[in-house]
Design a protein around this ligand. Structure first.
Ligand code: FDA
Length: 305
């Protein structure tokens, strides 16, 4: 892995760095480029704007890795309030939510995470929308897939995320035949024993997995900004005779917005992953790690305000 990327990912988990950045006068513009805002209202506003431009949305209430039941409960309530607002504003048919199990208690107790995820899925169903369970580092993959399997018994439309950098992922694609599956490259620092470290190998595995998902009967969601992968997926979708509404592209809020608009104008379903909330630090660091050139810009914003 690129040493700068490793360093930034290490900083993402370092409390001293976290405190320094969180209390520094970070330019609002840098954070606002990738994060919709800190409140439910700001998330709903960003959603309305994207939907008006022909895009769909998945919303992520920022926060992860909690070992505190109160924090997990606060996260569940934030999702319930968000779903309520999406319903009230008529946006629920174009917007779903993405949930990290570690934010709703997975590290404390898998059962608690299942119960909390189920509460969010039930509320989403009542509002006429769905949930996708984000995937985190490889130590949580089995647990997340177990919770997903349980949740899908009652809410079969609940989506999974699979990461192409993991060696196991092609097998997981087959195991999740028929499901809604978001395929991404993977964002965590993983050991070579479980993950491909060569970016070319990750891309090859992405294409293998994309083919498997497109050949199946599920609803694949291709989460990537990589122009080559977008092109290959679009070509493979045509080859598999996929109708335009039988798969979608997904990109992150603030990243390649012109490409999001272009794909939507071509008739593709495009969904934007919109993070919001006060806990933006870890998310922002992962985005910077993907694009070390942006780090200089970010560091400048820490000192100049
Ligand atoms: P890659 O990083 O190789 O980038 C390809 C190109 O995209 C770059 O050359 C550049 O042009 C552009 N680009 C990428 N990042 C950029 C940036 N920050 N700023 C500007 N341009 C940029 N991961 C995970 O582990 N678990 C999860 O649940 C999810 N969920 C998820 C949902 C959605 C909708 C998306 C789009 C992504 C995720 N991810 C994720 C993150 C994912 O695993 C991956 O880390 C990022 O998407 C970056 O990988 P790319 O496929 O974009 O390719």
């Amino acid at each position: 892995m690129n040493p700068l990327r490793t360093l930034i990912l290490a900083a993402a988990g370092n409390d001293a760095v976290r405190r320094a950045v969180a209390t520094a006068p970070v330019s609002r513009d840098v954070v606002r480029r990738f994060v919709a805002g800190e409140t439910v209202a700001s998330a709903v506003d960003a959603t309305a704007d994207l939907v008006e431009h022909g895009l769909r949305v998945t919303l992520d209430y920022l926060g992860e890795d909690t070992s505190d039941r109160t924090v997990a409960e606060r996260t569940v309530r934030a999702y319930l309030a968000l779903l309520d607002q999406l319903h009230e504003t008529g946006l629920a048919c174009d917007a779903e939510v993405s949930v990290k199990l570690s934010a709703v208690g997975q590290a404390l107790d898998e059962r608690l995470a299942l119960d909390n995820a189920s509460r969010i899925c039930a509320a989403a169903e009542q509002c006429g929308t769905t949930v996708t369970l984000d995937m985190e580092d490889h130590t949580t993959t089995d647990s997340t897939l177990r919770v997903l399997a349980e949740v899908r018994r009652a809410w079969p439309a609940t989506g999974a995320v699979l990461q192409a950098y993991l060696r196991r992922t092609l097998e997981d694609c087959h195991a999740l035949e028929g499901a809604r599956v978001r395929l991404c490259k993977g964002a965590y620092a993983e050991p070579a024993s479980v993950a491909f470290s060569d970016p070319h190998e990750v891309d090859l595995n992405y294409v293998r997995c994309a083919n498997a998902l497109l050949a199946g009967s599920g609803y694949p969601m291709f989460a990537t900004h990589d122009p080559r992968l977008v092109e290959i997926v679009a070509e493979r979708a045509r080859w598999h005779d996929r109708a335009p509404d039988s798969f979608e592209f997904q990109m992150l809020y603030g990243i390649r917005p012109a490409e999001q608009a272009r794909l939507a104008a071509e008739g593709h379903v495009v969904r934007v992953y919109v993070p919001f909330g006060e806990q933006w630090y870890g998310y922002l660091m992962r985005r910077l790690a993907e694009r070390p050139a942006a780090v200089a810009f970010f560091l400048r914003s820490l000192v100049s305000r």
